[in-house]
Design a protein around this ligand. Structure first.
Ligand code: SAM
Ligand code: SF4
Length: 431
């Protein structure tokens, strides 16, 4: 979502004649978009500011804006502690960036804008053309969260759940496809909580799947309690919807799920998985896990490992519980740090073995790949298969934006390597 936001911020600042530079030393304005989900986020901000300060030691100071969730959560502290920062802008106030920069050009005082004005934000962004021209583009459809898991900062930094209108989303999706997108990844903190005047995520998927040159649709991140029957059905009916679902579960223990306020049980989670496999047998899953949540016993942890081996997630993102100030879990007694680290290592080893096994089985199989870009070295092209695996092939033809069947010849933990099957079309997926 920060990547999507950063692109929209770039579109916005073009209005006041700013343009993107890869060369930090020549920047007039430095905007750091931040994430607050786990510890050390604020340290990273100070570290980055230090880097900028060093680069600009013998030059006029650039305008420095800190935006995103760290700005939202720790704005005043940052402004007080680091005088090099000129303004703090929360994630629902990006529409005020241009005004802020204009004020700072006139050398006004430090600025802190952290109110939740999500409607005004999207109203302002909607009138700007989204210039993202990547083959696989992001589209934020929903923001914020009302679920209040006890460990999580999102409800406090991104605010309440808000869904953008179908009309503006279809229009932005059309724009992205006109710019060259062949895949759109619909984004939201709880993307399947999308609800605009009764229109749900499944309705939006059906609507944008009508865009002719749009070949693939994905969405992330979904929450188990919002996984409704209509969404399951759309996986059966919409061919453009890719068969990989990122469905965070956090823990395999009902006791821990309850303590986290996740509002569902493992049995309910498994039921969603079962229904999805029934309508779409080649569907696969990835997930997020929090290891060492306060109160987690080794027995609870083993239940998480068991879930991993049962579902055989093809990708997983696991982190040790990070106590976030302002959340209800902050004050809970943490489990022993060494135990937490050992559990994380054990869990990640199981996850890596599953992933490695799955990948080895793809050798000599055919996967259907949408190619996103030519790589810097040689005649290599990068793309993703339907299950979001990275695939690299060599080719003398320009494959950018094309969908091809690829025979996999070699794999490593992160990438599949293959050869394009000549005259292959997008329809004969056979993995
Ligand atoms: N809304 C999605 C859901 O509920 O599944 C997830 C969104 S959250 C921004 C992304 C991931 O960050 C979570 O799935 C969780 O695993 C991780 N996360 C959030 N707070 C955390 C914390 N305090 N410590 C460790 N991991 C955390
Ligand atoms: Fe955070 Fe997701 Fe829970 Fe919302 S549902 S509080 S975003 S983990």
């Amino acid at each position: 979502m920060n990547e999507y936001d950063s692109n929209r911020i770039l579109d916005l600042t073009k209005k006041i004649n700013y343009t993107h530079t890869d060369n930090l030393c020549e920047a007039d304005c430095y905007i750091l978009n931040t994430c607050h989900i786990r510890e050390k986020a604020t340290d990273k901000v100070y570290h980055d500011i230090g880097r900028v300060k060093k680069k600009f030691k013998n030059k006029p100071k650039p305008i420095v804006l800190i935006v995103g969730c760290v700005a939202q959560a720790e704005g005043n502290i940052l402004l007080k502690k680091e005088k090099y920062i000129d303004a703090i802008i929360g994630p629902q106030s990006y529409h005020q960036i241009n005004d802020t920069i204009s004020k700072l050009e006139k050398k006004l005082n430090p600025i802190n804008i952290t109110e939740f004005d999500v409607i005004e934000k999207f109203d302002s962004l909607n009138i700007l053309k989204n210039t993202d021209n990547r083959i696989s583009s992001f589209l934020t459809i929903q923001e914020g969260c009302d679920k209040f898991c006890k460990f999580c900062v999102v409800p406090y930094t991104r605010g309440a759940e808000y869904s953008r209108s179908m009309e503006e989303l279809v229009s932005e999706a059309n724009q992205l496809v006109k710019n060259g997108a062949r895949e759109i990844n619909l984004l939201g903190q709880n993307v399947n909580a999308y609800n605009f005047k009764g229109k749900k995520l499944s309705d939006l998927i059906k609507e944008i799947s009508k865009i002719k040159n749009l070949k693939r649709i994905r969405y992330t991140t979904s929450h188990p309690i919002d996984f409704s029957e209509d969404l399951i059905e759309v996986h059966q009916k919409c061919e453009k919807l890719m068969p990989l679902i990122h469905l965070p579960v956090q823990s395999g223990s009902n006791k821990i799920l309850k303590a986290m306020n996740r509002k569902h049980t493992i049995e309910e989670y498994l039921e969603i998985v079962r229904k999805l496999i029934k309508v779409k047998p080649d569907i696969k899953f990835s997930s997020d896990f929090i290891i060492g949540y306060p109160g987690e016993t080794y027995d609870d942890f083993k239940k998480t490992v068991k879930l991993m081996t049962k579902i055989r997630f093809i990708n997983s993102f696991s982190f040790i519980f990070s106590a976030r100030p302002g959340t209800p879990a902050f004050k809970l007694d943490k489990i022993n740090e060494k135990d937490a680290k050992n559990r994380l290592l054990e869990f990640q080893q199981v996850g890596e073995d599953i992933k490695s096994n799955y990948r080895k089985k793809l050798i000599n199989k055919t996967v259907n790949v949408l190619f996103e870009n030519k790589m810097k070295s040689g005649n290599k092209y990068f793309g993703r298969d339907e299950h979001f695996n990275s695939v690299i092939v060599e080719s003398n033809n320009d494959l950018t934006g094309k969908i091809k069947n690829v025979n996999i010849v070699k794999v490593n933990q992160n990438t599949l390597f293959g050869e394009v099957i000549l005259n292959s079309s997008q329809t004969n997926y056979a993995a």
